[in-house]
Design a protein around this ligand. Structure first.
Ligand code: ADP
Length: 171
C-alpha cells in the first residue's frame, strides 16, 4: 500500500510537517538549490546550529531544529554527486534515506518531507533516484508504524513523472 506516500509540488520550506529533509553538502553550511532555500527560510539560527555539527559525510544525516520554518526539525543529509553510477552512488543515496528514517525513529516523528536528493546540482538521474527513494520508504513504512506521512516534493514535472512511475512499478 502506498497510502502514506504523497507527491506534492510546492516549496519544501512551506510544509507543515514534523521534519523536512535538506539535500545538504558536506560542510552543512548552506549552498544552492533546496539547501539555499531552506537556510533562507529558516533564518540565521539554522546556520548557527549547523556550524556546531562539524560537517556530515556523504550518505549520512544530521538533525537540527527548524528555527523559523513551519517544520519542527530539519534533517540534513548529503547525497552523492553522480559520477556515472559505478562509484557507489546508489548505495550512498539509499543510505541518505535510511539514515534520515533512523533519525525519524529516534525523534518519534510522524511526518517527513523529502526533496529529490542528489537530482539537482549533483546530477543523479531522476528516475533511478526515485526508485531508490520509493524502495527505501516502502521498506520503512512496513517497519515503522509510527510514521504516518512521507511526502516527496516534486519541484519539477520530470521529478513528479519519475516518482509516479516508481510508485506504479512497486505496487
Ligand atoms: P543536490 O545538490 O542534492 O542535487 P539540489 O538542491 O540541487 O540538490 O536539488 C535537489 C532537488 O531539490 C531538485 O529536484 C530541485 O529541483 C529541488 N528543489 C530545489 N529547490 C527546492 C525547494 N525550495 N523545495 C523543494 N525542492 C527543491
Amino acid at each position: 500500500m502506498n497510502n502514506t506516500i504523497e507527491l506534492v509540488s510546492t516549496d519544501i520550506t512551506t510544509l507543515e510537517v514534523d521534519c523536512i529533509v535538506n539535500a545538504a553538502n558536506n560542510s552543512l553550511l548552506g549552498g544552492g538549490g533546496v539547501d539555499g532555500a531552506i537556510h533562507s527560510a529558516a533564518g540565521p539560527g539554522l546556520l548557527e546550529e549547523c556550524r556546531k555539527l562539524d560537517g556530515c559525510a556523504t550518505g549520512e544525516a544530521r538533525i537540527t531544529k527548524g528555527h523559523s520554518l513551519p517544520a519542527q526539525y530539519v534533517i540534513h543529509t548529503v547525497g552523492p554527486v553522480w559520477r556515472g553510477g559505478a562509484t557507489g552512488e546508489d548505495d550512498l543515496l539509499a543510505s541518505c534515506y535510511q539514515k534520515s528514517f533512523k533519525l525519524v525513529r529516534e525523534y518519534n516523528l510522524q511526518s517527513i518531507a523529502f526533496p529529490a536528493i542528489s537530482t539537482g546540482i549533483y546530477g543523479f538521474p531522476k528516475q533511478r533516484a526515485a526508485h531508490i527513494a520509493i524502495r527505501e520508504t516502502q521498506r520503512e513504512l512496513a517497519e515503522n508504524k509510527g510514521l504516518a506521512r512521507v511526502l516527496f516534493v516534486c519541484f519539477n514535472n520530470e521529478t513528479r513523472i519519475a516518482y509516479n512511475k516508481a510508485l506504479l512499478e512497486k505496487r
